[in-house]
Write a new protein. Sequence first.
Length: 269
Amino acid sequence: MSESEGVADTVVRQWREAAPEAVLLDGFHALKHALRFGAEVRLTLTSDRTSVLELAAALADDLTDVLAKTLVQVPSQVLRELVPRGHTTEVAALAVRRSARANRDALARLPRPAPVVVLDNPRNLGNVGAVVRLAAGFGATGVVTTGDIDPWHQNAVRAGAGLHYATAVERTSLDGLPPGPLYVLDPEGEDIRSVTVPDDALLAFGSERHGVSPELRSRATKLVSLPMKPQVSSYNLATSVAMTLFHWAATGPAHTGDGSGPDSPTPDA
């Protein structure tokens, strides 16, 4: 057995042992954001070390040295075996999930500087990840989901570009929601343009088809709606969240004046 084959066998064994309890960071952007926001990354594999380091130098030079020390190159067929639907950037990593206790503490802490997004029984993992990415960009306190899907599923983490580590992300029951006034997005609610959303609000969104559950709706402090032309049935979930967070950032009492919000989102690097 050659030295390279021995390395491959070792990392494959390590990967398979760690994978069941780890978060899969699939692709360069997911790895980049996780590292920037303090994720504990256990193992980083690539089939093209040179290309990944060139990408880091061009897009995230703050991480070039870290990646140069931690990237392990394996044959492309080995990487495909471990991550069958791998990202085109040919890099994947395993990281420790952010602790549930840290997330719950962040979500429950008052006074809260920014809202919490509540996704009521979401069904699409890609939408969940997109919402996490928005929440991180707008500086929201976090994202909580109800229902049976795990917001840390690898498909959600991939759609969120690794930004689960930039904000609090947890699944909970309705009785376990963080404290704060509950603003529920509902077609029968008050036009959000006439509403000031407080920083400590919970912003609750249902599915495009069914909306929020009757139980959550009954708990609302206020029902609010997004402007929409007649005969248009709904917005995509992530679009609705983006519109609502933008309204909060642009018009909330702590942010009026320059319209920039807490930490204005910038294009992805």
